[in-house]
Design a binder for this molecule. Structure first.
Ligand SMILES: Cc1cc2nc3c(=O)[nH]c(=O)nc-3n(C[C@H](O)[C@H](O)[C@H](O)COP(=O)(O)O)c2cc1C
Length: 378
């Protein structure tokens, strides 16, 4: 039943809905999708119908990581539900977890519009939102008033403003944001890799700056595990330096990775080059580099960090590759925009089929199975 509904809605989405939506301004479509999702989420009967048609559950997908029970490995990445509007509908669509935000200590209008573009030939988006959000305190209050059915991460970033550009001010701002969301959600992510904010990415460009930031966030003694969202475009050596710092602090997980801003734009189709505007790129152009960073992290640190793979997941093969590289959890946004919300259930079903085919009893056994020479359980 689920498979039939999911296939039918994906067919319908790709042939009828997407061609219409893709004629409109991307941010307007995003705003309408949020309103529609929140509206369905507020109606229990409709929510149930969505869950019945879309969500796929299987015990082989459940994992206990950093003290949190994740019912399934595919989650919503930060940036789609910045203001915690979709908390009711996300589990019904089939997500195993979701990340809210990024939120900032001070409410932020973000960068001037337009700030979101499609790169359809490349399976990508160009994003220049600049951390538009209602502010950490308001969003935390919204989260406090809701019953959360799946693990919810709250992503905290540095407020996008000139006043946070100096290192000390930036650290104080990140700490204030983190303090505002204490006590809500299941984990807290420090987003140190947003490529679209004033003053760039000081905490992922410089491992000493990251060290200073993490000393301050350690001092907060967060009640929930702290994850760190890492950049896509670092060299292997730069990435290793960031991981070495994270290893010395109370960082339970790493999310790999954020948007790419490589000026060469690898993976951008020729037909999309004329569409390029400004900001970071999501989707397929992120996948390969993110996977290399994931495999490198797993090879060196194994279970020291919960690895969350992110970037360019459109198919079961894409998600499974991240798991083989060492990710226990996988996040996405762009794949869902291109293929519709039925993608989530289809990925979970496909992962279970793949696990069975490869002789793994659970997702846990497949994690890191593609990283040469170090996987003990395969
Ligand atoms: C519209 C949009 C907004 C985003 N905003 C954020 C954000 O606020 N914080 C963050 O950590 N990542 C943000 N990202 C990056 C995503 O979380 C993710 O790392 C990236 O898009 C790669 O995943 P994908 O290819 O599945 O989209 C955003 C991405 C998109 C497409």
């Amino acid at each position: 039943m689920i498979r039939t509904v999911a296939r039918a809605t994906q067919w319908w989405y790709e042939r009828a809905v997407k061609p219409v939506l893709f004629r409109w301004d991307p941010e307007t479509v995003h705003d309408h999708a949020l309103q529609f999702g929140a509206w369905i989420g507020a109606h229990p009967r409709l929510r149930e119908m969505v869950a019945h048609g879309y969500a796929y559950h299987h015990p082989a997908l459940t994992q206990e990581l950093a003290g949190i029970t994740f019912p399934a490995p595919i989650g919503l990445a930060a940036g789609f539900d910045k203001n915690a509007r979709l908390l009711e509908i996300l589990p019904a669509v089939g997500f195993g977890f979701a990340e809210i935000g990024s939120v900032t200590a001070v409410p932020c209008a973000g960068n001037p519009k337009p700030r979101l573009w499609r790169l359809p030939e490349s399976g990508a988006l160009q994003v220049y939102y600049g951390l538009a959000n209602d502010g950490a305190a308001i969003i935390a209050e919204r989260l406090r008033r809701r019953a959360l059915c799946i693990p919810i991460g709250v992503s905290v970033a540095k407020t996008n403003a000139p006043s946070t550009a100096a290192r000390a001010a930036g650290i104080a701002d990140m700490v204030a944001g983190m303090r505002a969301v204490q006590g809500v959600g299941s984990y807290c992510t420090l987003n140190v890799s947003c490529p679209n904010a004033f003053g760039g990415t000081p905490f992922s460009d410089d491992s000493d700056a990251l060290d200073e930031l993490l000393q301050e966030t350690d001092a907060l003694r967060s009640a929930v595990p702290v994850f760190l969202k890492l950049p896509c475009d670092s060299t292997a050596e730069e990435f290793d330096a960031l991981l070495a710092v994270a290893d010395r602090h109370a960082v339970a997980g790493v999310i790999i990775s954020n948007l790419t801003k490589d000026p060469q734009y690898p993976g951008i189709a020729v037909a999309d080059r004329a569409r390029l505007q400004r900001g970071g790129i999501s989707g397929k152009p992120v996948a390969q580099r993110a996977n290399a960073h994931i495999a490198r992290t797993y090879a060196r640190y194994r279970d020291r960090f919960v690895i969350v793979g992110c970037g360019g997941v459109f198919t079961v093969d894409d998600a499974y590759e991240k798991i083989r590289c060492g990710a226990s959890l996988v996040q996405l946004i762009t794949g869902m925009i291109y293929q519709g919300p039925s993608l989530i259930g289809q990925l979970h079903r496909g992962l279970v089929e793949r696990l069975h085919r490869e002789g793994f009893a659970s997702i846990r056994d497949a994690v890191g199975s593609g990283v040469a020479g170090i996987h003990s359980s395969s």
